[in-house]
Design a protein around this ligand. Sequence first.
Ligand code: NAP
Length: 418
Amino acid sequence: MDHHKQLTIGLFGFGTVGEGLFKVMKQTPSLKAVIKKICIKDPAKKRDAPASLFTTNRDELLQDNEINVIVEVIDDSEAAFEIVSIALKNGKSVVSASKKMIAEHLSELLEMQQTTGESFLYEAAACASIPVIRNLEEYYDNDLLHSIKAIVNGSTNFILTKMFEDNLDFKKSLMLAQQLGFAESNAKLDVEGYDAVNKWAFLLTHAYGIIENPQNIVFTGIQHIHAGDAKVAKEKNYSIKLVAQAQKLQNGKVAAFVLPQFIKHDDHLAFVRNEYNGVVIESGFADKQFFYGKGAGSFPTASAVLSDISALRYGYRYEYKKLYHHQPLELTREFYLKIFLSFDDWKFVPRESFEWIEEWHAQEERKYLVGVIAFSELTSKNWWRENNVSIILTPDPVIEDVELRKLKKRSLELAGIV
Ligand SMILES: NC(=O)c1ccc[n+]([C@@H]2O[C@H](COP(=O)([O-])OP(=O)(O)OC[C@H]3O[C@@H](n4cnc5c(N)ncnc54)[C@H](OP(=O)(O)O)[C@@H]3O)[C@@H](O)[C@H]2O)c1
């Protein structure tokens, strides 16, 4: 797209993000972009914008040759995919915030960008206001990126903060998140980790060139976190966060997962409270860098959409450098995790599956242990998601050393288990 060209926008969605964008654009006239038409679902809803802008007929946007940018911020991922596909094929640039749609259709979307040559930008879909995708694309070379560890879901972080700091119960914290526009309309997407793993799926593409269906990435949310876990965390001077992590191992492959994690108080992620997101990137020579910002909400998300629109003026496209210009990396299951596990009864926990158990408390009604387990146990079994079992990774949870296997028997003996 020539940078002198006027951007004429067709906007899909006028909810939290869409209306936010409309308002933000009114305050940034220098952008030289205009919203020509807005497509919504319910024509009867009252809108704080001129009625003539609205339609329920998507073709009024998708078939309008004057519209050269489609901004898609709706909450229906299948409809979103159709809209984005038609727009790209019709020669329009697209900006989207729909993480679920992007994660589930990533391969098709990559192919469409290749065949149409159009830009498809989605910074708002990852950590709302934090420019993480563009940084991973432009700054971090494959060899330099050791690990990336992030809080990518604002609403679970908000809920955990309210539960731990204000002692609100889970339900009240969730309701508050929804009232403030931080939570997805379907709360399960946030609370059970689907939203976080969706974002992680395409961030892995930008970080390491990995294309993986989110269903194949090990994840859970905060739904099983027990009041007793919070007590243990406080005793150990930790907080609990839902953390997405990817780490390059010595064998050149990548360990990746989205699981609750104990966070030490001097960890950068400990500073990430309420609806904020945080990303800690560890690179070859620069040690750690920390990105911090609002991960949800109307204006913060709209600001990322606006930045993508602005980038279209100079024809910006993601090059997917790690995928197309480097050797893409692979995910591996060949590593171990040090985990905390709390549960109601020992019968729900296969103790023999642990490499070793180094701490266990069996007297209380809610029992817990800390032990080391093969990651493949989590990918192949479901016991850790069932029967009110709660899993929380310990700080620095990844253990690579295969020699650990040899220690297994001895450690179990020491733990008095065999
Ligand atoms: N909220 C956030 O903080 C945030 C942050 C990052 C990314 N996102 C993503 O941004 C997207 C929008 O989120 P939101 O919070 O703004 O959702 P929302 O407040 O629920 O608004 C959704 C909008 O989409 C419209 N819509 C739904 N289906 C449609 C269809 N088939 N055709 C046209 N319009 C349709 C709705 O129309 P009506 O108004 O007629 O109902 C509504 O205006 C989602 O993909 C979400 O995951 C949200």
